[in-house]
Every structure is written in structure tokens, then in C-alpha cells.
Design a binder for this molecule. Structure first.
Ligand SMILES: C[S@@+](CC[C@H](N)C(=O)[O-])C[C@H]1O[C@@H](n2cnc3c(N)ncnc32)[C@H](O)[C@@H]1O
Length: 243
């Protein structure tokens, strides 16, 4: 693992010695063929443009919460880095992006450059949200968008986010969640197995709001939203949870 912008000596029982970390990544995100990871990264980079355009006003408002309050930011499941332009244009921020798909790195780095972030202020780590290779209370904010649908263990990921957040730190999120009822719920249930296979483990029906509530943040400001361009990837929740 590369040296990091933030301290990386995990201090909980859950965090393994660094030499075993590849085993941890493989446990929570079993290795896929290189072509599959490349294709996933390429599709994510190009196919989300309509979604990103529609969600942009909500993201602008949401990420303004980080302005002047967060200097060290961890983004989990950073993917191709579509959020960096919202919070990383302040050159003083230091960002670590983690993702188990190494093919995301070049896209995320390019997004960081486009956002105006100096290369020395951005680090990509091949890692999973379930066991974050950073110290307790070492970041001011954790960002996660469209990622709790994809992690293997949602509760473990939320506990890890809380562990690395400093007291009062913010978890900023946007997630698509399962519809509660009706035709959309029915369709999501049918398409869920296919979605998991084609979209690298993404679940359509997760009740992520309940997971966030059970994670016992000190306060959660949560909103819901429906996006026209997102079809059955609806509804969405977005907001800020405070440690
Ligand atoms: C749908 S993409 C979203 C990417 C980006 N956050 C966005 O908003 O476009 C889901 C991302 O989560 C990553 N991912 C999958 N399993 C993960 C895990 N266990 N921990 C962290 N990230 C994971 C995937 O590699 C992928 O980059």
C-alpha cells in the first residue's frame, strides 16, 4: 500500500496488519477479471452523465456543507471521482479516495486534476469501506455517493466511517434506495439479481435509510428525491450525518 496523506495505522481490532490488507480487499470485494473492472470503470465514467447533470443542483447544495469545515476528506467508493469538483476546488483540502476497483484510479486522478486539486493533495488507495486503512478520528468528513448499494457489509462500512471521523465530523451521502412499495418495488425485486451481476454488486432494493439510522450518528439531516433520468434507480436519499 502506498504511503498516505493521513495516518494509516489502523487501531481497532477490525483493522488488520497492513501486509494482509489485500486479503481484506479480496474478502469484501472478490477479485474480478481486469477487463470487467476496466469495463465497469469506463461505463461508470460515461453512462452517468445524465444522472450527474440532474443531481448537480442537489450536490452543489449538499457539498457546500463541507466548505471551510473539512480539510481532510475521505471519499469511499470514489469511482471516477464525480464529486471532487464540488468539494476539492479549495486547494487546501486533502483528499483520500478509496475504491476496490483499481481501474477507477486513472479516472479519479483526472477528475482531481480537473477540479484543480494539486496532485500532492490527492491519494487513491485500493481499499474497501468495510475496513478503512486510516486511523481513528483522522478525517473531518467522509463522502459516499452511490456506494452503500455496492458494499458487501453496509453496517460495517458505516461503523468504519464513524471510526475514522473526528468527533463532530460529517458523513455526506447520496444513495439510491429500494422503493418502499408499488410497481417500482416489484420491478426492482425482479431486476435486483441482474443488476448485481452487471453492475459489480450494486443492490436495487436496500433500505439504506434504516442502516444509517441504526448506525447511531448524533444527528442525521436526510432528504429524499426522485430523479427522472434514473428510471428504476429511484428514489434517492441525500444528506449529512454528524458523528
Ligand atoms: C456505483 S459506483 C459509484 C461511484 C461514485 N461514488 C459515484 O458516485 O459515481 C460504486 C463504487 O463503489 C465501489 N465499491 C464496491 N464495493 C466497495 C466496497 N466494499 N468498499 C468501497 N467501495 C466499493 C465500486 O468499485 C464503485 O466505484
Amino acid at each position: 500500500m502506498a504511503s498516505t496523506l493521513f495516518p494509516t495505522a489502523p487501531s481497532t481490532a477490525a483493522a488488520p496488519p497492513r501486509s494482509n490488507y489485500t486479503d481484506v480487499v479480496n474478502k469484501f470485494h472478490p477479485p474480478k477479471p481486469g477487463w470487467y473492472e476496466e469495463l465497469t470503470a469506463k461505463v461508470l465514467n460515461s453512462a452517468t452523465k445524465l444522472y450527474e447533470a440532474e443531481v448537480a443542483p442537489y450536490k452543489s447544495e449538499l457539498f457546500s456543507n463541507l466548505k471551510e469545515k473539512a480539510q481532510k476528506i475521505l471519499e469511499i467508493g470514489i469511482g471516477t471521482g464525480p464529486n471532487l469538483k464540488y468539494y476539492a476546488s479549495n486547494c487546501d483540502v486533502q483528499v483520500v479516495g478509496i475504491d476496490p476497483n483499481q481501474k477507477m484510479e486513472k479516472y479519479a486522478r483526472s477528475s482531481a486534476v480537473s477540479a484543480g486539486l494539486p496532485p500532492s493533495n490527492f491519494e487513491f488507495i485500493h481499499a474497501v469501506g468495510e475496513v478503512i486503512p486510516l486511523d481513528d478520528a483522522s478525517v473531518d468528513a467522509v463522502v459516499g455517493t452511490l456506494v452503500l448499494c455496492s458494499v458487501k457489509d453496509v453496517s460495517m462500512t458505516l461503523q468504519e466511517m464513524k471510526r475514522v471521523l473526528r468527533p463532530g465530523g460529517m458523513y455526506v451521502f447520496v444513495e439510491h434506495v429500494g422503493a418502499k412499495e408499488g410497481a417500482l418495488r416489484f420491478i426492482q425485486k425482479i431486476l435486483d439479481p441482474l443488476q448485481q451481476t452487471l453492475a459489480d454488486g450494486c443492490h436495487l432494493c436496500r433500505d439504506i435509510e434504516s442502516y444509517i439510522s441504526e448506525a447511531e450518528f448524533s444527528r442525521v439531516d436526510l432528504n429524499t428525491l426522485s430523479l427522472k433520468k434514473a428510471l428504476c434507480l429511484n428514489p434517492y436519499i441525500y444528506g449529512v450525518a454528524y458523528k
